[in-house]
Design a protein. Sequence first.
Length: 466
Amino acid sequence: MVALAPLVCQPSRSEAETIRGALAKVYVNNPELDEQRAVVRVRDEEVPKAAAGLKPKASLSFNGGPQRTYIKAPAGINQFSARVFQTDEYSGLPRTGTFNLQQPVFDGWKTKNAMSQAESMVEASRQALRQTEQQTLEKGATAYMNVLRDTAVLGLRKKNIEVLQEQLRVTKDRQLFGEVTRTDVAQANAALAQAQADYAAAEGALQNSAAIYQQIVGEEPKRLDPPPSLAHLLPQSREDAIARAFAEHPSIIESGHQVAAAEAAVGVAESQLMPTASVGAQVIQQYDSYFGYPHTRQFGAQLMAQLNVPLYQGGSEYSFIRQAKEQLGQARIHATVQRNAVRAAVVQAFSQFSTARASVTFNQNAVKAAEIALRGVRDEAAFGQRTTLDVLNAQQTLLNTRVNLITSQRDVVVGSYAVLSAMGSLSIDMLDLEVTPYEPNKHFSQVKDKWIGVSGPEDATERRYP
């Protein structure tokens, strides 16, 4: 960094924060990344939920309660030809326990398609995580460079105030000797006041950039080491960048998995037209169940097979199928939209990077020319050949060219990260960050075949959010 390095405090390597160190902190601590990782873990649970369709279901049920029974039954005719009734009255506690077991045998391939849909959505969520990682790392690099830029600009503004204060002092001295007028002093005063206003604005810009840096990185910026750009990691041409993006960009890969999930969803909907079959068993134990008569006991066991053939269910099943097919078409269109969006992003990022790199050279030449011009104007002003306003204008021109150079140098670094992100290549491996990569497959392998249990495997990031 030609302009940034001299204008930012020059700490030792052990004291300065590097961009790689800052981005490593972003990867480990950023809550937006942790949130997306949690989304992936939530999506993982869709697979065991889908697999449950062909797993056995077992249940126990109990019921019971006090019962009082009064029975009046005919017992014949007495000697007066009147009917005689026999009565009985007793209390009991009927109780029933039932064990049910059901094993689905065939569900019209609903479970198979549901699992394919869930697995495709898991893969899609992982690609969404990759995209979030890219965007977060790019935002981290941008925040880092914005702090560097605004720190350097603030230094320039401060130096400009010092120069203009000296210019005002000299102008006032020359007024005492009649070399300049009150107009020249007023011009110097106006330039100094404007410089002080610009300094206040630069302070505000730096505070804003520092706040964004803290939001993304997780700590306040301290002394930042100016980094090089990543131009050496970029393809030579825009066409190569587009080709890499089409092959690697997570948004494109994600949309492909979404299409696969939509195809499986059609199969899930079509399963409503298919027959289903299951086998089951039932065991019943009853006490005092005969009208609540005490001390009675009944036991029963049953094996059964069930076949269900749907004929007509009100037409909703056909609507579900049509809807699923339309959603499949929507997913395919979305995949095309994503490819077009990625291509446009690559073209834009590559063009902005090329423009920024060219601007650095032009602004360096502009700074050199402005420095020469300022020295010449000052020398000529000393002999009365230039006015105070000429000197002030030359000073302002030099300041503007230096600010432009700092901005273009910042744009080169940020632009190189933007190109990598647009291609889908910005990753901790590409940046060689010293962090432990997050492995989404670890959680997935722990829950995909889980039959029982309400506690998932502990994740390190969850401990940070009570």
